[in-house]
Design a protein around this ligand. Structure first.
Ligand code: NAD
Length: 359
């Protein structure tokens, strides 16, 4: 019996997670897979009900589950709350408490969506990369942190970039393992010329690479990498990097792929994982049936692959999404008015994927 936790969250999180779960239920039911899904509020929805972004009960559901499906959290309604009570805290708490230290973010361009990318066709065509971002360490978690009063009446804002050898080793191993299922190239991104912490990062990744003599390791500074991602995105295979650099570079890579609404992610600790689209709750289009559910649907495919070794079912979803795109279905974010395309909403896109799975 597969045990899943479902936290749809706020805004379009509820809309896209709903479609992803519909696809998953159809696939499980038609393949006689036994499962149960326990759902709870997180983010702003949890704050409104319980005055905290995530409750102990929700955390327990997540801990007891084999995998977590997450939508998105946040919105203007909760922006003025203290940081500890903001919706985004739910996400950080889940990542930290479940020790989801490896965040996998694939960015792949579908040939039919090349026009949706702001980059030129010959630059993006063939792009297929995987960003492996360290998720539970680095500057987002390091201590000390805070805003402190100085004696002269000024204030001082502090965050701390810190990584231990163990933290770097385990994320590097994930990157090398994944590259073996791909083109066997790992690029480690750091700022070793300025930050001692990432000098250690570079040394440890180089040491781990000796266990993977079949994989080619190269290094790049983050500023250069942000330039090369736009200049020659198809040259990248697996990129492994720190929490903050990965956060920024993966959003940049989403533009290469056309829309943030197309990009799934997995956050792993061994087999246990949390699966979510990389986008947020998109308050500007929430509740209007406009959100692209493909990132959420592809996140469920990643769950089948990485948590349950159901590669065949994962592939079924990925193939169905590819066909739906080929057949011209487009949500507004990827619509380009090209011949043979039709503008559809969130629900219609989800249904189109299920119809493809039925064939
Ligand atoms: P966002 O990702 O929500 O939206 C950025 C832009 O992309 C918006 O124009 C939005 O309409 C569009 N977009 C995003 N997902 C889309 C989809 N599936 N289909 C079509 N268009 C889509 O980022 P933001 O506007 O900076 O943040 C909004 C809220 O979400 C904030 O409260 C932020 O803190 C939160 N957030 C949450 C997560 C998360 O839960 N993982 C991630 C990022 C931001």
């Amino acid at each position: 019996m597969i045990k899943l936790a479902l936290f749809a969250g706020d805004g379009i999180g509820t809309e896209v997670a709903g479609e992803a779960v519909n696809v998953l239920k159809f696939l499980f039911d038609s393949n006689s897979v036994r499962y149960e899904i326990e759902e709870d509020l997180v983010g702003g929805a949890s704050y409104d009900e319980y005055k905290k972004p995530i409750t102990e009960k929700a955390l327990k559901i997540a801990k007891d589950a084999d995998a977590v499906i997450f939508g998105a959290v946040g919105g203007p309604k909760w922006e003025s709350l203290p940081i500890e009570l903001r919706p985004e805290k739910a996400l950080l708490t889940l990542r930290y408490d479940l020790e989801l230290y490896a965040n996998l973010r694939p960015a792949k361009i579908y040939d039919e969506l090349i026009d949706a990318s702001p980059l030129k066709k010959d630059v993006v065509q063939g792009t297929d990369m995987m960003i492996v971002r360290e998720l539970t360490g680095g500057i987002y978690f390091g201590q000390p942190r805070g805003i402190f009063d100085l004696e002269d009446g000024q204030k001082k804002g502090v965050n701390t970039l810190v990584y231990t050898t163990k933290e770097i080793e385990r994320i590097a191993k994930i990157a090398f393992e994944i590259s073996r299922k791909r083109r066997k190239k790992v690029l480690s991104v750091d700022k070793a010329n300025v930050l001692e912490c990432t000098e250690l990062w570079r040394q440890v990744v180089a040491r781990v690479s000796k266990e993977y003599p079949d994989v080619e390791l190269t290094n790049m500074y983050v500023d250069n990498c942000s330039m090369q991602l736009i200049r020659q995105p198809k040259s990248f295979d697996v990129i492994v990097t720190t929490n903050m650099f990965g956060d920024i570079l993966s959003d940049e890579s989403s533009m290469v792929a056309g829309s943030i609404g197309m990009l799934p992610s997995a956050s792993l600790n061994g087999k246990k994982g949390m699966y979510e689209p990389i986008h947020g709750s998109a308050p500007d289009i929430a509740g209007q049936n406009k959100a692209n559910p493909i990132a959420a649907i592809l996140s469920v495919a990643m769950m089948l692959r990485y948590s349950f070794d159901m590669d065949n079912l994962a592939e079924k979803i990925e193939v169905a999404v590819g066909k739906v795109i080929k057949n011209g279905y487009r949500t507004a974010d990827i619509y380009s008015n090209a011949a043979g395309t039709k503008l559809v909403g969130t629900k219609e896109m989800g249904r189109a994927v299920i119809e493809e799975l039925k064939k």
